[in-house]
Design a protein around this ligand. Sequence first.
Ligand SMILES: Nc1ncnc2c1ncn2[C@@H]1O[C@H](COP(=O)(O)OP(=O)(O)O)[C@@H](O)[C@H]1O
Ligand SMILES: [Mg+2]
Length: 209
Amino acid sequence: MAGDISTAVELHDELIISLGRERICYRHPENDGYIIKIEQDKGARRASMNDKELEGYRLLQQEVTDLSFVSRCHGYVDTTRGRGLLCDCIRDHDNAVSRTIWDIIVHEENCDIDAVLTTARKLCDLLMSGRIWLFDLNPKNIALKRLADGGFKAYVIDLKGRSENKELIPVSRYIEYFSLKKLQRRSEQLLARIEDYHQRREELRKLDI
Ligand SMILES: Nc1ncnc2c1ncn2[C@@H]1O[C@H](COP(=O)(O)OP(=O)(O)O)[C@@H](O)[C@H]1O
Ligand SMILES: [Mg+2]
């Protein structure tokens, strides 16, 4: 029922996982399998980032059968802080909310940088071999689930960039060739950034509030 907030999910500050550039990410208060993304102060003319992400997720669903490397999106929910996008929450083997590559390489003192690089490389290889056109390979948009054996598994947690590249659906070999080149460049850039940010972690930590 429109305007009925009695069914709205109640969000409060203690549930905040992280403030992204565009959205605030909350833990779902009743179900630890989900997070809810709420847009921050969206200007009137700007496209909705949650709409973009949902569209990006739906495009992926049409193109890829195995989506085990992304945080899946489940549509909108009403909350006490406005309409939010419900997505899977990536959690470690001990149920802690998984951290992003950025959080691990910049903020963790004894991070296993080789394991992070190996995991990121594996994700990039999977995207390239599957012709999966996700180009927004930013260390803040990839979460690493910690496994019981000490390794990681990577998940893309921000899919809003995908819908901007709708035209890259591989309708021809020509487009596929250039998309693959672009994905290769973005993958190399991600791996180079991981090494660079890790080396500069002391300096970057001070900038990251
Ligand atoms: N599915 C998820 N599981 C765990 N943490 C998440 C998830 N999605 C987002 N986050 C956290 O919230 C932050 C912001 O989310 P993101 O979707 O990247 O928003 P923005 O559009 O602001 O970039 C991420 O960097 C991460 O710390
Ligand atoms: Mg993001």
